[in-house]
Design a protein around this ligand. Structure first.
Ligand SMILES: Nc1ncnc2c1ncn2[C@@H]1O[C@H](COP(=O)(O)OP(=O)(O)OP(=O)(O)O)[C@@H](O)[C@H]1O
Length: 498
């Protein structure tokens, strides 16, 4: 199905999120949509998938104008959207999710739904267990299920918003193979991303959005030179690259010290962990999804109590003291799902500062608003002090979450700190984290992106199947060696060598 937009316009107050967009996406192809944070990509996709209605302009399916009153309406018209955060029911099984989300009459029985699911999974190369509960699956597996659900409900156009964020390299390969297969069957795919390499690898065309407009007007065939696309997305801001600075020697005592720690979370158990995490360092945790990185971060945040051993923070034994005691000791946790776990979507920055500042039952709104204003200026957040966090773009949400970390924090634990962010926003976030490191904070972060681990870590810790490797100076590590280690090649020898 060809999908066309003509003069499509969407405003939020004074912000023109989409400004008279006119584009056409042909059937049977994969179309990349590129743009920096806040360029208007998500708004366009929400208009195409019925989550929002345009102020002006129209959407045409195979040349026929249509009005979409909601996502169910869009799916009926053949458009399905896979969101960055899966919109599924975690407590339900795969099959239950499929059944409860399918329009009436799509499946004649539970058995028919299961058969259709297994057949489609085989065609697309996905492994699926219909009885598995979604909260036991990784983001990558839940995304595969969401794609299959939309296809089984009749989607002819599939929109994917930053689909490789938070999934493993193997899952990305499986996703790309499946998308090629889906396009070869005649469906239209819109692939929203800010990762140029992925668009280059996968897409037949690319549309670049900047400040709510298509630049240059119309679609470009792929391939295009990377520098040209960067210039379209960012102007000059995308061209400069991060500068490496040597680090001063550490004199301060370690922020964390783990002594003979054994910890269990779900089916994963980590044994006899002995590590110190020095002040003034950035430590990257690398590993395949679910290899122990998140357990380690949560242990360091006081969110899980070890079965054995001791966790010292700034030299004090806080084993089993709970996450509040860790926060009081200067430890801050920045979760990957910033909108659901990190902040409250309906609250503004002022509201968040008011909560942090609260003195007993007294809320000082005036000082909270002043702090929000200051944070907006310091962190260059595109928002007012009273804009709800949910209305900010991903990059601005991440800046806001970082701005809420108190200046005297001793340790920052960041789960995928640049998840869903474009190059310029990611650099801005890393600039802030490096400034915290330079001020003596220890930053421990996990990322599925090996380039990010290599670019920003001072030390790298590889996690493999619940085993935590020794810290390695980044300067002594190559990308190839890191890729081997996270796949387990040479991991045993590395652990034994210590
Ligand atoms: N519900 C909303 N209320 C107010 N402003 C909004 C809303 N949704 C989007 N905006 C604003 O519209 C502009 C475009 O945002 P949009 O989310 O479409 O950008 P994006 O390119 O998808 O960014 P990202 O890559 O960060 O997701 C931004 O300035 C954003 O703050």
């Amino acid at each position: 199905m060809r999908i066309t937009v003509e003069h499509l316009t969407k405003r939020f107050g004074s912000v023109l999120a989409n400004n008279r967009l006119t584009i056409s996406f042909a059937a049977g192809q994969i179309h990349g949509v590129l743009g920096e944070n806040g360029a208007g990509k998500s708004t366009l996709m929400k208009l195409l998938s019925g989550y929002m209605q345009p102020d002006e302009g129209q959407i045409l399916f195979d040349g026929v104008p249509s009005r979409l009153c909601g996502p169910a309406d869009a799916l009926k018209a053949g458009v399905g959207m896979v969101h960055q955060e899966p919109l599924d029911v975690p407590a339900f099984s795969v099959l239950e999710n499929l059944l409860c989300a399918a329009p009436r009459g799509v499946f004649s029985s539970r058995r028919a739904a299961q058969t259709a699911l297994l057949e489609l999974a085989e065609r697309l190369g996905f492994a699926v267990d219909p009885a598995a509960r979604l909260d036991q699956l990784t983001i990558g597996q839940r995304q595969q299920i969401e794609i299959m659900r939309l296809l089984l409900c009749g989607a002819q156009v599939l929109i994917l918003d930053e689909p490789t964020t938070g999934i493993t390299a193997a899952q990305t390969r499986a996703l790309f193979a499946a998308l090629r297969q889906i396009a070869a069957e005649g469906r239209t795919i819109l692939f929203v991303s800010h990762k140029l390499e992925e668009v280059a690898e996968l897409c037949d065309t690319v549309t670049v959005l900047r400040n709510g407009e298509v630049v240059p007007p119309g679609q470009l065939p792929m391939p295009q030179p990377q520098e040209y696309l960067l210039a379209l997305m960012f102007g000059d801001a995308g061209a400069s690259s991060a500068v490496y600075r040597p680090l001063p020697a550490i004199t301060a005592p370690p922020v964390w010290e783990l002594r003979q720690v054994t910890v269990r979370s779900g089916s994963l158990q980590i044994h006899d962990l002995n590590h110190t995490f020095a002040a003034g360092r950035i430590i990257g945790l690398a590993g395949l999804d679910g290899s122990g990185q998140q357990v380690l971060l949560r242990l360091l945040a006081g969110q899980i109590t070890p079965e054995r051993g001791q966790v010292l923070v700034n030299g004090r034994d806080l084993t089993g003291a709970g996450s509040l005691a860790f926060r009081q000791a200067g430890i801050e946790y920045l979760p990957a799902d910033r909108l659901h776990d990190g902040m409250i979507g309906a609250f503004s920055l002022t509201d968040h500062f008011a909560l942090l500042q609260r003195n007993g039952m007294i809320v000082d709104r005036r000082s909270a608003e002043e702090l929000a204003r200051q944070a907006i200026a310091d962190y260059q957040i595109k928002a007012t002090p009273i804009t709800p966090i949910a209305a900010l773009s991903g990059g601005n949400q991440q800046r806001a979450m970082l701005a809420l970390v108190p200046p005297n924090a001793r340790g920052i634990l960041a789960e995928q700190p640049t998840r869903g962010l474009d190059v310029a926003s990611a650099r801005a976030i890393w600039g802030r984290l490096q400034a915290r490191r330079d001020a003596g904070c220890c930053v421990v972060f996990a990322s599925p992106d090996l380039d990010e681990i290599m670019e920003y870590s001072d030390e790298v810790i590889v996690c493999f199947a619940g085993r935590i490797g020794p810290p390695m100076p980044r300067a002594l590590l190559s990308s190839g060696r890191l890729a081997e280690l996270i796949g387990g090649v040479g991991f045993e020898a590395l652990v034994e060598a210590v």
